[in-house]
Design a protein around this ligand. Structure first.
Ligand SMILES: O=C(O)C(=O)C[C@]1(C(=O)O)C=C[C@@H](O)C=C1
Length: 294
């Protein structure tokens, strides 16, 4: 039986394109309406792997993904897919000659945030409505021709849901990419893509500081620096236990080894930090823009 791969759906989301590019058609692709539903499904064994967005180059981390992984479902990142992102402005075909007069814009919050300059210049004061995904927004616009609403999504969604792209590439900055995490309940799980080859190795840790935080972050960074462990990301997220209480997501540019990363973790724990391995995995980049069918 083929692997079941859950993703933030519906069909033709950027997440779906990442799944199609990495896994291809040999797997069963299972869309979920929300990121938590997709993460719960792999934790419950309903699917074999889950693919969810984690970070966009323009808008930053998808906080819901990390917060749900940290506070609700302790899964592991077993792979990462980086995909180019092109946001297009699309309407029901019946509105293609009147698109400047739409009164609502519908998309995922990250997609809207990536297009603020275009939206501010073209639609001052318009209402933004937030969808669970770009594909969900496109599907809604397709099913509601009577409503004066436009979606921001990719060109696969325009094809899938029969919408007219009236303004292409409306994202504010050109170099737009999103990272997608491949999640599994075991950090030993692996899946080799038949289509993409890995171009980076990463280890992601979650670190919380000791109660006496004075100088603690400097100690955390030092534990990596003197071991020459290159940190490609360090980001704070609220612990949700009160203002000023954070955990840190740290990306290291190598897989877990025998000495250096275990040594850094042991040192941090000796200093009173708590350290959780979120994953040690290979990262893959999709080179081509979204052209092919999903
Ligand atoms: O996968 C999708 O299409 C989504 O709507 C999610 C998401 C995201 O959360 O970043 C994915 C890529 C884009 O950055 C915009 C939205």
């Amino acid at each position: 039986m083929s692997n079941r791969i859950g993703f933030l759906g519906p069909r033709a989301t950027f997440t779906h394109f990442a799944v199609q590019s990495f896994f291809g058609d040999e797997v069963e692709q299972v869309p979920y309406t929300t990121i938590p539903q997709c993460i719960d499904a792999v934790a419950d064994g309903e699917i074999d792997f889950a693919v969810v967005p984690t970070e966009n180059a323009l808008e930053g981390s998808v906080n819901l993904t990390f917060d749900y992984l940290i506070h609700e479902q302790p899964l592991y990142i077993v792979g990462e897919i980086v995909s180019p992102i092109e946001q297009h402005f699309m309407v029901h075909p019946s509105r293609k000659n009147d698109w400047e007069n739409v009164t609502r814009i519908y998309s995922h919050s990250h997609a809207i945030a990536q297009c603020h300059k275009f939206l501010h210049q073209t639609f001052k004061g318009i209402t933004y409505d937030y969808a669970t995904s770009t594909g969900a927004a496109a599907s809604y616009v397709s099913n509601h021709p009577e409503e004066s609403v436009a979606a921001i999504a990719n060109n696969l969604a325009a094809k899938e849901y029969g919408l007219e792209i009236v303004k292409a590439n409306i994202h504010d900055y050109h170099y737009n990419h999103t990272r997608f995490a491949i999640l599994h309940p075991s950090n030993k799980a692996e899946y080799t893509s038949p289509y993409l080859t890995p171009d980076k190795e990463k280890t992601t840790l979650m670190v919380t500081l000791p109660s006496d935080q004075s100088g603690a972050l400097h100690q955390v960074l030092s534990a990596f620096t003197w071991r020459k462990l290159n940190l490609s990301k360090i980001e704070s997220r609220p612990m949700k236990t009160g203002l000023g209480n954070y955990f840190f997501i740290i990306d290291i540019d190598m897989l877990v080894d025998e000495i250096l990363i275990p040594g850094a973790i042991a040192e941090l724990e000796a200093l009173g930090c708590s350290v959780k391995l979120l994953g040690s995995y290979e990262a893959y980049s999709i080179s081509q823009q979204i052209e092919k069918e999903v």
